[in-house]
Design a protein around this ligand. Structure first.
Ligand code: ZN
Length: 134
């Protein structure tokens, strides 16, 4: 499946650098210890700016899912129908990711199924995170 190459900005660069090392990280608030993703300039819980990064397990489960059959993105045309799921992270259920679930045929995804992070290659050779059912 061809993935769209991410374009990191200053805030998300540490996240994407970790993905290139096959690590999943999220922002961690130094003031209140909460985790958040995607990266933001401030903590959503206490508004502190003092944020660092923390490795997470890469384990989660399917929160909801559907099948994409009519994407107008040329990069997705050959892969339709395509899973489109929301994964919630076991480390913090408030953290969600979109997933295509490579290896799982469309219409065979079960809400609540356990998943783990996987790292897939983009057309330019860089890595992007996705999730697979375990
Ligand atoms: Zn905080």
């Amino acid at each position: 499946m061809p993935y769209i190459v991410p374009v990191p900005d200053e805030l998300s660069k540490p996240f994407w650098d970790a993905v290139q090392e096959k690590r999943l990280i999220v922002q961690h608030c130094v003031a209140c210890n909460s985790l958040q993703y995607p990266p933001r300039p401030r903590c959503l819980d206490c508004n502190a700016e003092a944020m660092d990064w923390k490795d997470v397990s890469g384990k989660g489960h399917i929160l909801t899912c559907g099948v994409l059959e009519d994407s107008h993105l040329p990069v997705r045309a050959a892969d339709q129908p395509l899973n489109l799921a929301v994964v919630t992270l076991d480390d913090d259920p408030r953290i969600n990711y979109y997933a295509n679930l490579p290896g799982t045929p469309p219409f065979q995804v079960t809400v609540g199924a356990a998943v783990e992070v996987t790292f897939e290659e983009c057309p330019d050779g860089s890595l992007i995170h996705d999730w697979r059912v375990i």
